[in-house]
Design a protein around this ligand. Structure first.
Ligand SMILES: [Zn+2]
Length: 138
């Protein structure tokens, strides 16, 4: 009774907005960006619908995770650039030697980074969208 408003609706919970290092840490652990407790994924590619701890809805809107493909693209481009600089300029591999392996890298790396790109996308939204810090939108 104490947690309800006078008109018998449940009280709206408000969360403290996590700082960037906390959000990145939670994303790298594939945990809910709002509470840091609930797991984001139930399989390698399958996400839970909501956080098991705080109830945050992970699929914010239809097509919500389209933006995570940009995060994934950015991660892949940076990793490819670093790999190329090390392999070509430091270790002396030619462009012909690197073309095949780096093309394979561009296929495999985004698959491995898929979950982290989604977690980072959700974490960024948690930082910028005030609606994620209340239970109001549910
Ligand atoms: Zn949560």
């Amino acid at each position: 009774m104490t947690s309800e408003t006078p008109d018998d609706r449940p009280a709206i919970r408000r969360w403290t907005r996590p700082e960037y290092p906390t959000l990145v840490q939670r994303a790298l652990k594939l945990r809910c960006p709002r509470c840091g407790e609930g797991q984001l994924f139930s399989g390698f590619f399958r996400m839970h619908e909501r956080c098991s701890s705080c109830g945050l809805k992970y699929e914010r809107a239809p097509g919500y995770y389209l933006g995570s493909s940009y995060v994934n693209y950015g991660l892949t481009a940076v990793a490819l650039l670093i790999a190329y600089i090390i392999l070509h300029y430091k270790l002396g591999y030619s462009n012909q030697q690197l073309a095949g392996p780096l093309a394979g890298f561009c296929v495999i790396f985004p698959l491995l980074a898929f979950r982290y790109a989604r977690a980072l996308w959700l974490a960024m939204d948690c930082r910028w969208d005030p609606a994620m810090m209340t239970d109001e939108e549910d």
